[in-house]
Design a protein around this ligand. Structure first.
Ligand code: ME8
Length: 507
């Protein structure tokens, strides 16, 4: 049976335009989906926008437009930005889509019918930024640690999802499945959160008298659903739950990619919601770290959001994407700076990769008129190439683009080193070494071809440019076939050209 790979990003709040954070997660998911598709999996990549709730209603009011007009505009901006950046989700879900609203109502009716929901009075401290009541432990000096604002005291009668009765089940699930939440530090964080006794049942409703901008509760139309109780279900509705039969097949291979800021809803609320509904758990929740800028939080109010379209304009999107995917170790935080972007472009892309291509093709033009010689190569780099390909697979199965790219660069470095040791310019001086010269250059050309294949998922604009310079059509077939060593045909006419990545001059 064909393997299923269904990857999701969080659905972003359309109260700000796409920035480095959402661009990072979306590029990451785009890379993984391309990779798994190349390997032959039936792949689906979902992203979208999370359009209900108080935060959005307030932002719309401030902008002087209706919530619907407000979210229409910004949601479109997300969609068109991903398109302009060459990110290719298969689905873009909006929580205002009628299909999604239907799925959400179906889901909560199911839980209501199963006796999982209770109507209760509640007084608590509500943080508008988080869109939820906070527990004592989530406050520092009486303030929300994330938003640094004092939550409001609120008393209401509301519907509660009896989540706490499932905490023991969840602890057991997480303990028995080390792959469920990765990297391990977040798995441990969730386990200690669950064991601490600080978690409670989940309030899933908001009275309409206070908030109208939401999906009505199917069993009480005096209320709308809490935005997280609406948003999480996008992962199901985005693949056709509950009416299209195909959603279950997709669901068998579902992996969620998020940042650490929304660990709790994804690692506690969501698995318990699924369990209570009798649905299978996700295959994996993969949690990356947070970008800061000059060691400051990235936020709209500080105006340091980093516009991906500006980055594209300045550096090209592939180089920026390379920086994002290479710089931050999976699960750890990273600090963004343009100096670091420039360093990565100059060192890794221009010096290592670009130079390998230029010097190899330069020598081929000098010694063989630019035509790929009829040679099987020396089979020196082929071993490195196959080890690298295997390791890339291991790293991407573990969701680490940073390690995967580091490993690909081992092949690039090995090829550069190989040129230095075999010194083709010396071989060229001796006519009796003509075959060796051909073999050495063939080896480097083939290493470049394999590198371009390995980079297809990470740098989708760059790989075709490398194939073009090598004088070949972009390869077809699945990854394993594309990687097979020795496919560069003799007689192909390579192209000299502009550097692949021009160096960026710095003072
Ligand atoms: O939380 N560094 O939406 P959101 C890394 N609507 N990633 C970042 C980031 C940063 N500085 N800032 C944002 C929501 N992100 C909810 C999600 S899902 C059912 C509902 C990325 O617009 C990262 O993926 O606040 C993070 O988890 C997400 O944007 C939060 O997006």
């Amino acid at each position: 049976m064909t393997e299923q790979f269904y990857i999701t990003t969080p659905i972003y709040y359309p109260n700000a335009s796409p920035h480095i954070g959402s661009t990072y997660t979306t590029s990451y998911a785009d890379t993984l989906s391309r990779y798994h598709r190349l390997k032959g999996a039936d792949t689906y990549f979902l992203t979208g926008t999370d359009e209900h709730g108080e935060k959005i209603a307030e932002a719309a009011e401030k902008a002087g437009v209706t919530p619907q007009a407000f979210v229409d505009q910004i949601s479109n901006r997300f969609r068109s930005t991903w398109d302009e950046l060459g990110l290719k989700p298969n689905g873009f879900i909006r929580t205002t889509d009628p299909d999604h609203q239907h799925a959400v109502q179906h889901f909560w009716q199911l839980l209501y019918d199963k006796g999982e929901i209770e109507f209760r009075g509640y007084t608590g401290r509500y943080c508008v930024g988080c869109e939820r009541y906070l527990t004592e432990r989530e406050l520092e000096n009486g303030k929300c640690v994330q938003h640094l604002t004092e939550p409001e005291a609120r008393t209401e009668e509301n519907y509660f999802f009896k989540m706490s009765q499932h905490f023991d089940w969840l602890i057991q699930e997480i303990e028995s499945n080390p792959e469920l939440i990765t990297p391990e530090r977040y798995r441990n964080e969730v386990l200690s959160m669950l064991r601490s006794g600080g978690l409670e049942d989940l309030c899933i409703s908001r009275p309409k008298s206070r908030l109208e901008w939401g999906i009505p509760l199917p069993f009480d139309d005096g209320y709308v659903l809490y935005v997280w109780a609406d948003a999480l279900i996008n992962y199901l509705s985005g693949v056709g739950y509950p009416d299209q039969a195909s959603w279950e097949t997709r669901w068998n291979g579902v992996h969620h990619l998020i940042a650490k800021d929304i660990l709790k809803p994804h690692a506690v609320f969501w698995p318990i919601m699924l369990h209570a509904a009798g649905l299978p758990l996700y295959k994996g929740l993969h949690v990356h770290g947070y970008w800061s800028m000059d060691n400051q939080k990235i936020s709209k109010s500080l105006g340091n959001l980093v516009d991906p379209l500006v980055m594209k304009e300045k550096y090209g999107f592939d180089p920026f994407r390379y920086y994002l995917l290479r710089e931050m170790p999976f699960g750890l935080d990273g600090d963004f700076s343009e100096e670091a972007v420039v360093r990565r472009i100059n060192d890794d892309l221009a010096n290592d990769l670009g130079n390998l291509l230029n010097r190899t093709i330069g020598m081929l033009h000098k010694y063989f008129d630019g035509i790929v010689p009829d040679s099987a190569g020396e089979h020196v780099l082929s071993e490195t190439a196959s080890r690298v390909a295997e390791e890339v697979d291991v790293q991407l199965q573990a969701f680490s683009t940073q390690r995967a790219l580091t490993v690909i660069w081992e092949l690039v470095s090995a090829a550069n080193k190989y040129i230095d040791t075999r010194a083709p310019w010396k071989l060229a001086k001796d006519e009796s070494q003509r075959d060796s010269l051909a073999a050495v250059l063939y080896e480097c050309l083939e290493a470049l071809r394999v590198t371009a294949v390995l980079l297809e998922s990470f740098l989708p604009e760059t790989s075709p440019r490398i194939f073009e310079r090598l004088g070949i059509e972009p390869p077809t077939g699945l990854l394993g076939e594309r990687l097979r060593w020795g496919q560069l045909p003799a007689g192909a006419t390579t192209l000299k050209g502009e550097p692949l990545f021009p160096r960026i001059e710095t003072d």
